[in-house]
Design a protein around this ligand. Structure first.
Ligand SMILES: [Zn+2]
Length: 271
């Protein structure tokens, strides 16, 4: 690895002043580094490699779920909406919801935004701050699989704070490094792999996501985790993959109860 090239991320994105130290998790880009205060894990990727990998996202086909996936995705979205509705004590149909950076709502990738618009959704192309939405105008904002891409998530969260009504809810999803998946798989977890998940550079745990919220003016309502796995497909013999998958399924509920799943969903309340 070329140590003369400065990593794109050189301070903790959560806003800690603690320094970053090397972990033993070895990615293609070098060892993951960790914040001494919140435990955030950070890629050593260079700035040019980061932007190259982000470019791969801006395609029409990207993120289009296969038809057999649609039912499941709809159920997941419905469950999240019901949680927001319960937190705000307001019927789902009465909620004004803004989705940021998930291909619809507000999306910086122009081709993806165009594809979402073609399906009849109202989509602004650009960054949330550039769209200049009116203050205190939404009940809820969702940031699904966004913050792991950002070197500086705090300005975005503060803009969400401004756009949300007082008491409004911010919903974030991202991976959880404090999961049994990471304990078992270490750097083999494909969420760490920039070739599979373009632009992933900053990896959260329940503590760091709550701290990020606090620093942007939110309090934590709930942080839930789900799912574990021990192998990626094709990584081991088929029987081992099947055995690992069975074990992971048996551990789904315990993982959820112990906050050790690798998918993390946070509901934060605007103060
Ligand atoms: Zn930190």
């Amino acid at each position: 690895m070329d140590n003369t090239v400065q990593p794109y991320v050189s301070t903790c994105p959560v806003g800690c002043s603690a320094s970053l130290t090397d972990t033993t998790l070895a990615l293609r880009e070098g060892l993951l580094r960790q914040c001494g205060e919140c435990g955030q894990l950070l890629s050593r990727i260079t700035e040019s490699a980061y932007w190259d990998s982000m470019q791969q996202f801006d395609q029409h086909e990207f993120n289009q779920p296969p038809p057999r996936e649609l039912d499941r995705r709809f159920r997941v979205a419905r469950r999240r909406l019901d949680t927001v509705s319960a937190l705000l004590e307001k019927a789902p149909a009465a909620l004004r919801v803004l989705d940021v950076g998930c291909s619809r709502g507000v999306e910086p990738a122009a081709n993806i935004a165009a594809a979402a618009r073609a399906q009849g959704l109202k989509v602004h192309t650009g960054l949330l701050a550039d769209v200049a939405l009116p203050a205190a105008s939404f009940d809820a904002i969702t940031l699904f699989e966004v913050i792991e891409h950002l070197k500086e998530p705090l300005p975005l969260l503060r803009e969400c704070h401004r756009v949300l009504k007082p008491g409004g809810v911010l919903v974030l999803s991202t991976g959880n490094t404090a999961s049994w998946t990471v304990a078992a798989m270490q750097e083999r977890w494909d969420y760490f792999d920039i070739a599979k998940d373009g632009g992933h550079i900053s990896f959260y745990n329940p503590r760091s996501i709550a701290l990020l919220g606090t620093r942007a003016g939110f309090s934590t309502e709930q942080i839930a985790t789900s799912r574990v796995k021990f192998h990626e497909k094709g990584e081991v013999a088929r029987w081992r993959y099947a055995a690992g998958k069975l074990a992971a399924e048996l551990l789904n509920l315990p993982a959820r109860l112990a906050s050790r799943g690798h998918d993390m969903l946070a509901f934060l309340r605007r103060n």
